[in-house]
Each structure stands twice: as C-alpha cells, then as structure tokens.
Design a protein around this ligand. Structure first.
Ligand code: ADP
Length: 491
C-alpha cells in the first residue's frame, strides 16, 4: 500500500493523482452501495415471502375442519354442499379451491403426523421432525430449507385448531429463487455498469481537476512573466476568497518584499560607492599633486590630508564590514553579561575629550546596576553612536542627559536626551536608513557617513531590543534603547 502511495506521489502529476483517487473512491462507494442494495433488496423480498407463507397457511387453516379423526374441507361459502373429507378431494380441486396454485408447497398432516395431503412439488421435500412436533404441541415452526443445489424455500408450519384442540398440521413453503434471482440480477447489473460509471466518473474528475487548475496555470504564467529587473509586476488576484487568492496575494507580497530589498540594495551599493569614491578621489588628487609638484601646498599638509582621508575611508570600511556582519547574524556565540551602567561610563570616558572640546554638560543617571546579555563591544558601539551623535548635533553650552532605568518587569531602557538641533518630521522616519543624513546635519559632522544609526539599530535588534527616536527641531532629540534584562541576572 505504501509502495502504491509512493508511486502515486512520485510518478503522477496532481491532476492524474486526483483522477486516480476520485475513481478509486468512487469505485469503492459503488461496491459498498451495490452490497448494501443487494442485502436490503433480499431482506425486503424475503420478508414478502415470509408474509405470503403465513397468509397462505392461515387461509388453508380457515378452510379445514375435522370430523373426529378425519380432516375435512369446508365447502365454499354459498355452495350449500357439505364438507368433503380431505383425502377424498382430488388434488386439483383441493389445490385450486383451497390452496391456490397447484405448484405451491403445501402439506397437511393429521395428529399422528401422517401426510393427509401434499401438493406435487412437496413430494420431494423433507422437513425436520420439529416441523410437525412443534405445531402438534400448539406452537409454530418456520425455517429456510435447501430444496436442491442453490434453490431454497421458506417453510412455515402451524397447527390446525378447533378451539384449543389441535386436529392437524399445515406446512406451507415458498421458493426463495425469485427473491434471490431478482436481488442477484440487480446487483450484477449494477456491477456490470460499474466500469461505465467509473469511466464517466474518471472523465468528470479529469475535467473538473483541469477546471480547478486553470487559475493555477494563469498564476504560473503570470509569475513566469516576472523578470529579475521587473519586480514591480504583480500577478492578478482572483476575486473568490479562496486558497488561490491567498496564494496570489502571498506571491505579490513576496514580490513587493523582494522589490523593496533589491531597491534598498541598489541604493546601498550606489551610496556606498559614492561615499567610498570621494575619499579615494581626494587622496588620488593629493598624491598626484604632490608627485607632480602641482600647487604650492606644503607636502606635509598634503600628507596630513591624505592621512585624514584614509582615516575616513577606513572608518567607512569598518562600518560597512560591521553592517555586513550584522546582516549575516554573526557574533551571538560571544554573548556575555553586560552591566549597562559600566558600559555607559566607558562610553563617557572615551568621549571625554570631545565633551570638553564642545563645552557640553553631560549627565549620567544610573538608578542601579542593570545587566543585559550580549556582545559588549557591539553594545558599546551602539550606545556610543547615540551619545556621540547627541554631542555632535548639540551646540556648545547645550546639554546631554543619559539615563538607565527599568522600563518593565524584564526590560531596561537607556535614554539619551539632548538639547541640540533636533530632527525635522520629514527626516525622522529615515534617520535609521543606511547612508541617510539630514541636510541640517551635514555642516555639523564632516566625517559622518550616515551609517552610525543603521549599525546601532542592527545591533540592538540583534540583541532582541528596539531603538526609537523622537525630536523637535531646534529643541532637541531623544533616543531610547530598550533591551531585555539578562535572564540569569538579578534585577
Ligand atoms: P551620521 O554619521 O551622519 O551621524 P547617523 O546614522 O549616526 O549618521 O545619523 C543619521 C542622521 O540622523 C544624521 O546625519 C543626523 O541628520 C540625524 N541625527 C542623528 N542623531 C541626531 C541627534 N542627536 N540630533 C540631531 N540629528 C541627529
């Protein structure tokens, strides 16, 4: 059976499989129906036979009486003649007048069990002794007996009674051949028609399956028409609310995601190439000018500029590498317990020269030691990017306030609030995009590449946290990093 399943699964297409399964199921249903039909038909016919022998036996009993030891046939009503002894009546007259058809199976016995009368067909029929003894003691007997070969008859025996006195026995039988033949022929006809019905069923299933797959074929054709450079195309969405509509919608959603990813990647490559080209071009012209003695620039200044540009290039490459690693999801194996208050202190320490140079007040509030699980270096980079930005985009005399606190039963929040230039509503939704720099920011941070926040966000997301920004132009900005508290650290 499992081999058959395998062959069906491996060898046949869905449409052919559907046809095979439909037909097999249909065939099985037909077989079961034929069986049930045959059985029910037989039962009904046999019940009819049963009923008929009872009625006939009762009719015969009603026409018989006795005269002491002799069984008598009552005269037909209105004839005026007297009762005839049963033995004296000719077979034909008894058969036609009293018992109906002459080929009926009728036998009449007296109280000593001797046959007084029987129809010709009954001559060869042997019945068990209970068929006589039971009626003689006042009861009835009935059974299905074999006449010959596959021929069966249903026989009913009842007492002949005069009040309470039993004066004989009547046995009436009827062949079951007609019932068996009728039921059998019907079943055979049904079975003979089965191949025809199955063929029609298979044809119907094939046609229906084709009809059902038509939208799938349309979808496939539409999907095939989508080319790599043409991801803006969408497949048509069928109107009925069904699985195919779901499939088309899912496919379109996937195309939209792919399209967005391709667009983002193209833009990223363009931005990265542009940002990489400027320092390289600057270094090239500085080096060429120095080599060719063009301009009156002091070679030391030119070398200083080259060093500055290569520093910028190196920072950019480091950032790009960090982003690529984060995109790949590397680094989780190096996770450790990280105390956020210590981490923020480290950041402040490393930024101390910048803080002093810019003349900005930096306040740090750490309620209590709060620990998260993660990569210390990465988290340090993310937090220092946010604090560095806050210092960069805040004018001298302004202030930056960093706080660490619990923001929920199992989450901790680092908030960095500044009184800087702020971010416009147009720029705010884009600041976490790679290479995005608000126009107002350009004058403030020469070396900025627009990758800092993208990296910070990728780091925080990789740590199961989130980072959100709110801001008001010229008033200041707030960045909030939320991270899950380390599961095995005391809160
Ligand atoms: P950049 O290297 O330009 O700082 P980021 O990715 O760190 O790149 O920041 C992206 C942009 O978001 C910045 O160019 C700036 O326009 C804006 N920005 C980030 N932090 C602040 C802040 N604290 N105040 C005002 N603008 C900010």
């Amino acid at each position: 059976m499992s081999a058959l399943f395998l062959r069906l699964r491996v060898g046949l297409g869905v449409r052919a499989q559907l046809v095979v399964w439909y037909t097999a199921l249909f065939g099985l249903i037909l077989l079961v129906a034929a069986g049930i039909f045959y059985g029910a038909f037989r039962v009904v016919l046999e019940l009819q036979v049963d009923q008929a022998v009872h009625t006939r036996a009762d009719q015969i009993a009603a026409h018989l009486t006795h005269d002491g030891s002799t069984l008598m046939v009552l005269p037909t009503s209105g004839s005026g003649s007297a009762s005839t002894p049963l033995q004296a009546a000719s077979d034909t007259s008894v058969a036609t007048v009293v018992y109906g058809q002459s080929d009926a199976l009728v036998r009449i016995l007296n109280t000593s069990g001797a046959v007084v009368y029987q129809t010709p067909s009954m001559h060869s029929v042997t019945l068990p002794t209970e068929s006589v003894s039971a009626p003689l003691s006042g009861g009835v007997w009935e059974d299905t007996i074999r006449l010959s070969g596959i021929s069966f008859a249903h026989v009913y025996a009842r007492p002949l009674k005069d009040g309470k006195q039993v004066f004989g026995v009547v046995q009436v039988g009827q062949s079951l051949d007609l019932a068996t033949t009728t039921a059998g022929v019907s079943a055979v006809v049904l079975l003979a028609l089965t191949p025809l019905i199955l063929a029609a069923g298979a044809g119907g299933a094939f046609w229906l399956a084709g009809l059902a797959f038509r939208p799938v074929r349309r979808l496939t054709a539409a999907a095939r028409a989508v080319q790599p450079g043409d991801l803006g195309r969408r497949v048509p969405v069928p109107a009925p609310q069904d699985e195919l509509r779901d499939l088309a919608q899912t496919f379109n959603a996937m195309l939209a995601r792919l399209d967005a990813a391709f667009v983002a990647q193209r833009r990223f490559i363009a931005d990265a190439s542009h940002d990489l080209r400027s320092p390289v071009a600057a270094m090239k012209s500085l080096a060429e000018n120095g080599r060719d003695g063009v301009g009156s620039q002091d070679p030391k200044v030119a070398l200083d500029n080259i060093a500055h540009q290569s520093e910028r290039l190196s920072r950019l490459l480091t950032n790009l590498l960090a982003l690529a690693r984060l995109d790949e999801g590397q680094g989780q194996q190096e996770w450790e317990l990280v105390r956020l208050d210590t981490l923020v202190e480290d950041v402040v320490e490393s930024l101390r020269p910048l803080i002093e140079r810019r003349g900005i007040a930096l306040l740090v509030d750490a309620e209590k030691p709060l620990t998260v699980e993660g990569d210390f270096a990465q988290l340090l980079l993310a937090v220092s990017t946010i604090i560095d930005n806050a210092l960069t985009y805040t004018a001298s005399g302004g202030s930056v306030h960093a706080s660490i606190e619990l923001s929920g039963p199992r989450s901790v929040r680092i908030t960095v609030r500044d009184t800087g230039i702020g971010i416009s509503g147009d720029d705010l939704p884009h600041i976490f995009e790679r290479f995005y720099r608000a126009d107002r920011a350009r004058g403030h941070a020469e070396g900025g590449s627009g990758l800092g926040l993208a990296i910070a966000q990728a780091i925080i997301t990789a740590h199961g946290g989130s980072i959100i920004a709110s801001s008001e132009l010229t008033v200041g900005s707030t960045f909030a990093i939320t991270l899950p508290v380390a599961t095995n650290a005391a809160v």
